[in-house]
Design a protein around this ligand. Structure first.
Ligand code: HEM
Length: 157
């Protein structure tokens, strides 16, 4: 049962968090292409790409809920719920999810609206979004390392 839960947890992390990482990282440069700072005409389909990347982030972030749910179920089955590395992972996961929900997705939404309505986009706003996206990526990469290294744990390799 534990092995099944752990497999599903890791699968959810790969399938759900992976696409969010890629699409969110591609989003700011896609906005810059769709709304060039010099006011030149953007290429055909650039606004569509921005909308698609945002949709991937939103939909896969929804599936991403499975990662902590299956993670907590795995931790319960393994009896490691109180371990320091796990508590740290839960906290970091919560901060990563908060960054995505409160900072990355709403700013993406604003930029999708600006691009769709052909309003000018300040470079500052794409740079700021790229920074929040980087913070999100760094946080969940840290959690992944914690999950594998499990500092302080004597169980397993
Ligand atoms: C509430 C948050 C989370 C909890 C409670 C949780 C819990 C767990 C537990 C109990 C294990 C088993 C560790 C072992 O084999 O001893 C595990 C493994 C793993 N978790 Fe999580 N996890 C969480 C979030 C995440 C996140 C956000 C990611 C990555 C996006 C992730 C990726 C992994 C990976 C790759 C493994 C396999 C490590 C290995 O067996 O070597 N987890 N997790």
């Amino acid at each position: 049962m534990t092995k099944l839960l752990l497999s599903l947890h890791v699968l959810a992390a790969i399938v759900a968090v992976g696409p969010v990482t890629v699409a969110a990282s591609m989003f700011p440069p896609a906005v810059r292409r769709a709304a060039p700072a010099d006011g030149s005409d953007p290429g055909a389909g650039t606004a569509g790409a921005v909308r698609l990347l945002h949709r991937i982030c939103r939909v896969y972030a929804g599936f991403g809920v499975l990662v902590p749910v299956l993670g907590l179920a795995t931790a319960l089955a393994m009896g490691v719920l109180g371990d320091a590395w796990l508590v740290a992972s839960v906290l970091l996961t919560a901060v990563a999810a908060g960054t995505l929900i409160a900072l990355v997705l709403p700013r993406q939404e604003e930029l999708v609206a600006q691009v769709t309505e052909r309003r000018p986009v300040e470079r500052r706003s794409t740079a700021q979004l790229a920074m929040f996206t980087g913070v999100f990526n760094l946080l969940w990469a840290t959690v992944t390392v914690l999950m594998i290294v499990r500092p302080g744990s004597t169980a397993g390799a």
